[in-house]
Design a protein around this ligand. Structure first.
Ligand SMILES: C=C1C[C@]23C[C@@]1(O)CC[C@H]2[C@@]12CC[C@H](O)[C@@](C)(C(=O)O1)[C@H]2[C@@H]3C(=O)O
Ligand SMILES: O=C(O)CCC(=O)C(=O)O
Ligand SMILES: [Fe+2]
Length: 333
């Protein structure tokens, strides 16, 4: 990570904390225990109320998680010139502070990869031992994709939709346009010194455009989600669990019954944060529309569009923009 001088750090956005961090902690993040028989109902409730939940007893081997964390830590510890050999994230590669193509910045460096075998995402990797990095990525991504598909099937069951693979088959498709991201947020010690009671933005507020996102981080706090009333709550970190985001596409497919969750990451002044996120997306040609059984005889809240069209529009937007707004159908009065 490039070390910024004080004037340069001022280009980052700050969040002023009105309350001390402890009172911002919110313990009631929905918790889904996949070993319990009623977990599908918990999932539906969480997707409707928060668009977000935490998963335990997930079945992803801890060894896959710690192996990838070790490889990612090694990669981000390389000199900048080495990391840059991976190529710029256009759209896949190594990125530093600039997020997306439209001027967003954050106190973060990252690796963005496609999971599509055809595109041979792993050729983007550089570093000392790309083979062991590839191996760790493959094991982790296979296990997390399987969990994402299991969750989507439980959602279909809970929503009484048949066949139960109606959502998961989009991730299983060979042409699935899924993405994998490793984010490294170095400590940002200058934030408090410069601005007193405030935090620097690591990753600005946004919703994820895909169907479902599966996030795992180390034990450093920073992730926040926005509630319906617009307030932000901190998600206590848990390195042994996964956090699930409803994406914009799943909001549309459930005709607004599930809500995509607005989230952001604040930097920590002492510890670095490392997160790994699988964004499960459909094939580019897939039509994103409400599932017929969720229309209840009513109208779709959204215009018809393909994932290609939505992605194109998303990539011409800023991080905090409401991307779904352009695809909402105006209700006839
Ligand atoms: C500013 C942007 C970064 C982003 C593409 C976009 O134009 C708007 C959506 C952003 C987002 C958020 C979720 C994922 O991290 C991501 C990979 C995605 O699919 O959409 C990022 C994009 C990115 O970093 O390129
Ligand atoms: O790094 C994190 O914890 C979340 C980042 C995020 O929301 C994203 O990459 O889309
Ligand atoms: Fe996100």
């Amino acid at each position: 990570m490039v070390v910024l001088s004080k004037p340069a750090i001022e280009q980052f956005s700050y969040i002023r904390n009105s309350k001390p961090p402890s009172t911002l902690m919110f313990p009631q993040i929905p918790l889904v225990d996949l070993s319990k028989p009623d977990s599908k109902h918990q999932i539906i409730k969480a997707c409707e109320e928060f668009g977000f939940f935490k998963v335990i007893n997930h079945g992803v081997p801890l060894e896959f998680i710690s192996r990838l964390e070790a490889e990612a830590t090694k990669f981000f510890s390389l000199p900048l010139s080495e990391k840059e050999k991976t190529g710029q994230p256009q759209p896949y590669g190594y990125g530093n502070k600039r997020i997306g193509p439209n001027g967003d910045v954050g106190w973060v460096e990252y690796l963005l990869l496609t999971t599509n075998q055809d595109s041979n995402m792993l050729r983007f990797l550089s570093g000392e031992n790309p083979e062991s990095f590839r191996f760790a990525l493959n094991n982790y991504m296979t296990a997390v994709k399987k969990m994402a598909c299991d969750l989507l099937e439980m959602m279909a069951d809970g929503l009484k939709i048949q066949p139960r693979n109606v959502l998961s088959k989009l991730l299983m498709d060979e042409q699935s346009d899924s993405v994998f991201r490793l984010n490294h947020y170095p400590p940002c010690p200058d934030a408090h010194a410069l601005n007193g009671n405030s935090n620097v933005i690591g990753f600005g507020e946004h919703t994820d455009p895909q169907i479902i996102s599966v996030l795992r981080s180390n034990n450093t706090s920073g992730l926040q989600i926005s509630l319906r009333d617009g307030s932000w709550i901190s998600v206590p970190p848990d390195q042994f669990s996964f956090f699930i985001n409803v994406g914009d596409s799943l909001q549309v497919m459930t005709n607004g019954r599930f809500k995509s969750v607005k989230h952001r990451v604040l930097t920590n002044s002492v510890k670095s944060r490392l997160s790994m996120i699988y964004f499960g997306g459909p094939p580019l040609s897939e039509k994103i529309a409400p599932l017929p059984s969720l229309m209840g005889g009513g109208q779709s809240l959204y215009k018809e569009f393909t994932w290609f069209e939505y992605k194109k529009s998303a990539y011409s937007s800023r991080l905090a923009d409401n991307r779904l707004m352009h695809f909402e159908r105006i209700a006839a009065s």
